[in-house]
Design a protein around this ligand. Sequence first.
Ligand code: TRP
Length: 337
Amino acid sequence: MSKRILSCMQPTNRLQLGNYLGALRNWVNLQDEAATECLYGVVDLHAITVPHDAQALRNATRETAAAYIAAGVDPKRSYIFAQSAVPAHSQLSWLFMTQTPMGWLNRMTQFKEKAGKNKEKASLGLYGYPVLMAADILVYKATHVPVGDDQKQHLELARDIAQSFNQKYCDGEEFFPLPDPVITGEATRVMSLRDGTQKMSKSAESDMTRINLTDDADVIANKFKKAKTDALPIPANDAEGAGRAEAMNLIGIYAALNDQSKEQVMNQFGGQQFSALKTALSNLAVAKLGPITARMNDLMSDPTEIDKILAAGAEKANALASPTLDDVMTRMGFWLR
Ligand code: TRP
């Protein structure tokens, strides 16, 4: 059976190195697999589940699409689209909401984290977020979904929703395939440059914690220079690296950018001072990210091309999604037209 891959990112703030190494790079590689169709969405409807600014959202949607393209997602082979341009996502999401017990959503750990102490003020949309995500996936009958660790639970919910629909409305026939996770970025989990126990995040307060895809060479060099390390020399093996999250993070970033294993990097740099690794890392990051940044800036300087790509992607995505939605509605008892 052929594979259909669907993955998405939220258009929030700037994309950073973790998004590239942990996700985008894999999305690009997946395009080369045989008999595989790839759909990559910018989930702007998810972005409004927390307070947002309209103009910033418009820009961020374009910028996220630009990052996909600049990183190597090929709009000729993959569909790149904004979620809001494919109404079937929202429509299917409503249908699923009515079929999803609150108990399933109450288990979602990300809601608890994002809602924080003030649960009463969190929007209903933030609570229902995983149901919309299930609709994103199932509306295309996607078979494989590249996600980071933190989204595994949401993907399991999508599987539960699919299974329950298959049972209730399709006599157990596999109307929705149960989507499999493609866990990306486990080996390349990129952590904050200031705290090796925290994930590098586009929303962390200090910009010094992350390398943005839009950072120039000087900024990158400065961030690595100021990155937290410890007083010991660079570890030469895992044992020496034990309990040294910041040191291992820099080694991991170097390894990922240079397509090497951490062992190889530790063999090369072990015993030296961190300044040696930091300099090498800055040069490597600039060499690898520079062309991506340049292409992103290029695309953003005249958004007509991105807008065209998004329009073409949305047209194809709509063509795939509409029949599924119609089928679901018919099965649920609605009169269509
Ligand atoms: N929730 C995902 C994240 O924040 C983004 C997302 C939304 C997604 N819909 C999706 C990812 C569908 C994969 C498939 O990272």
